[in-house]
Design a protein around this ligand. Structure first.
Ligand code: FPP
Length: 240
C-alpha cells in the first residue's frame, strides 16, 4: 500500500497483557514479561527498518511500585538484561535511547546501565527510542510546574513566558514531538497515566492481543489504519 507517506512519525506503545499471557499458559508472571521483551525487540527492529522517527514504550509506571516486590525485581532485572544485551544492537542500528521518568528512584546498577546506554547512543540519529521507566503523566506535569516555579523565583523566566511551547521544554519528552499514534494491546481501553500532556491530539489503536503475542504485522496494521484517519486537530477538513 502506498500509504507510507502518511505513516506516523511518533508511535507510543503501552505494552500491556504480559501477566495475563503468562496466566493463560500456567506460567509465572515473569515469563510473560520475558516474552514481552521478545515482542519489544521485534517492534523496535521493525520500527527502525521502516524509518519510524520516534518510538516510545511504557515499561514501568509510577504506580507499578504497588506490585509485589519479586515482580518489581524481575522487571528491573529484565531491564538490566535488555540494556546489557541490546546496547550494541542499538548502536549498530543508529538508535538513540532516551529515558522518560524519574530514574533517581531506581537501583544504582540500573541507573548506571541507563546512563551508559543513553550516553553511548547520544549521537545516533536514526530513530529515538524512548523508554518510560518510573514514569507517570501526572508526576511529569507536577515536576514541570515545580521547575518552572523555581526558574521564575530565580529570575530565569517570567510568568508571561509560559505558553504551551515553553511548558513542553520542562517535560521529560523535551524535543520530542507528541505521539501521532498510541497503541494499547490486551483489551484495556484506558491511558493509565501515560503521556497525559502529549496525547492531546493523538490517535488511538487498541487490540485484544496480549503484548507478548503482538507482532510486526499487527504494528503495520495499526500504521495502515492510522494512515487512513483524518486528523483535524479541532479544525475542519479543507474539503468540507
Ligand atoms: C504490563 O503488563 C507490562 C508491564 C507493567 C511491564 C512491561 C515491561 C516489559 C515488557 C519488560 C521490561 C522493559 C524493558 C524496556 C526491557 P501487565 O503485567 O500489567 O499485564 P497484565 O495486565 O496482564 O497483568
Amino acid at each position: 500500500m502506498d500509504n507510507k507517506t502518511k505513516y506516523p512519525r511518533h508511535v507510543a506503545v503501552i505494552m500491556d497483557g504480559n501477566g495475563r499471557w503468562a496466566r493463560k499458559r500456567g506460567l509465572p508472571r515473569v515469563q510473560g514479561h520475558r516474552a514481552g521483551v521478545i515482542a519489544l525487540k521485534e517492534i523496535v527492529k521493525y520500527s527502525r527498518r521502516i524509518g519510524l522517527e520516534y518510538l516510545t514504550l511504557y515499561a514501568f509506571s509510577t504506580e507499578n511500585w504497588k506490585r509485589p516486590e519479586l515482580e518489581i525485581k524481575n522487571l528491573m532485572n529484565l531491564l538490566l538484561e535488555y540494556l546489557r544485551n541490546e546496547l550494541e544492537e542499538l548502536k549498530t542500528n543508529n538508535i538513540k535511547l532516551r529515558i522518560l521518568g524519574d530514574s533517581s528512584q531506581l537501583q544504582a546498577e540500573v541507573q548506571q546501565q541507563l546512563i551508559k546506554a543513553v550516553t553511548e547512543t547520544a549521537n545516533n540519529d536514526g530513530m529515538i527510542l524512548s523508554v518510560a521507566i518510573n514514569y507517570g503523566g501526572r508526576d511529569e506535569i507536577i515536576r514541570a510546574v515545580k521547575h518552572i516555579v523555581a526558574d521564575i523565583c530565580a529570575g530565569k523566566a517570567g510568568i508571561e513566558d509560559i505558553d504551551q511551547k515553553f511548558f513542553e521544554e520542562y517535560l521529560y519528552t523535551k524535543g520530542i514531538p507528541s505521539p501521532d499514534l498510541v497503541i494499547r494491546p490486551s483489551g484495556e481501553l484506558r491511558i493509565s497515566n501515560f503521556l497525559l500532556w502529549q496525547i492531546a491530539y493523538s490517535e488511538f489503536w487498541f487490540s485484544d492481543c496480549y503484548w507478548p503475542d503482538f507482532t510486526a504485522e499487527m504494528f503495520e496494521k495499526a500504521l495502515e489504519d492510522y494512515a487512513r484517519r483524518d486528523r483535524r486537530y479541532g479544525g475542519v477538513n479543507s474539503a468540507d
